[in-house]
Design a binder for this molecule. Sequence first.
Ligand SMILES: Nc1ncnc2c1ncn2[C@@H]1O[C@H](COP(=O)(O)OP(=O)(O)OP(=O)(O)O)[C@@H](O)[C@H]1O
Ligand SMILES: Cc1ncc(C[n+]2csc(CCOP(=O)(O)O)c2C)c(N)n1
Ligand SMILES: [Mg+2]
Length: 332
Amino acid sequence: MNLSSIGEFGFIKRFSGKFDDLLGPGSTGIGDDCAVIPVEGDGELVVSTDMLVEDVHFLRDKISSYDLGYKSLAVNLSDIAAMGGSPVASFLSLAIPPDLDLEYMDCLLDGYHDLSRRFAVPLMGGDTTRSGEKLVISVTILGKVAKGRARLRSGAQTGDIVAVTGKLGDSAAGLHILLNSLGCEGVNEQLVAKHTKPEPCVKEGSWLATQDGVNCMMDVSDGIASDIGHILNRSGKGAVIDLNGLPLSDELRTFCSDRQLDPYYFATSGGEDYCLLLTISKDLFDSVAKAYSREFSTCLYPIGQITDGSELTWKKDGKVLAKGPGKGFSHF
Ligand SMILES: Nc1ncnc2c1ncn2[C@@H]1O[C@H](COP(=O)(O)OP(=O)(O)OP(=O)(O)O)[C@@H](O)[C@H]1O
Ligand SMILES: Cc1ncc(C[n+]2csc(CCOP(=O)(O)O)c2C)c(N)n1
Ligand SMILES: [Mg+2]
């Protein structure tokens, strides 16, 4: 048997439960965007780690080393944002092919440093080794959140409105442009930038975690088609998602209609959007959404509703399109 027969999450499931009895009281282990570790006082520590592997997460000749450094930290900050946390420190481990230019790595660290400065999060350690041929970047990130305020994937309640904090699919279209060596001007350039330099929703996540009614959050890394499945599994719920509600950028619509591509494929299955996917109690949705717009001058986009049971239903134009989790990015 190989990994592709059970997939990335099937593999993790084989061993994750074995560690549950070692977890301390109040801790959340494997299965959320970050682990949650209670600490003395009124806070909790949130911790995550994410790798970027050459030719799996990036092609070295399609992303500048500055952007690669920036993105390596951004995708980790996004997991802190998903818990409603504020970043405290990062650790950077690098496996570097020996023939890589020093200037390349200097620029990578510049990108990493610039984003670190924006969120005032110091790099506090890491590890440096030689690799065979491929560059591997692994970041561990620590954050803090007020006790009981971390938003878990298990918190969705029946009737909650499912929402996202940003447009979906731009990053995946940007990757499509890079992989197919399409020209990189105008609309294409904007889509590629969404892929190479994602903006983590750190301020949005920590604000949302202070709001009553925000029951559950995660970040969108594999695409909502599979990411929503994690919320439903952990919460023991179902959902109806309405494709007509998905926020699609004008750039994505133009790009797809010019090439007869399906924008909904990019928006649901492409991944690497790094916006937040959350559920908010129905009664409080309007007030949270209004306050969110005032705070961030942008919308919370409602895309569906949590239901009893465990079924996931996809609707479009008032009709049922499909049932069950859709395909998102999977490593195996
Ligand atoms: N090798 C591993 N050992 C222990 N836990 C793991 C391992 N790989 C993944 N996990 C855990 O499994 C869960 C799902 O992992 P995954 O990498 O998909 O996280 P994610 O937040 O959903 O995605 P992303 O890393 O893209 O943000 C997380 O809680 C993660 O910590
Ligand atoms: C060359 C190349 N091919 C494919 C992709 C797409 N991709 C890679 S990992 C991932 C999900 C998030 O990663 P993880 O789950 O490891 O955090 C996605 C959508 C890419 N970025 N570069
Ligand atoms: Mg995540």
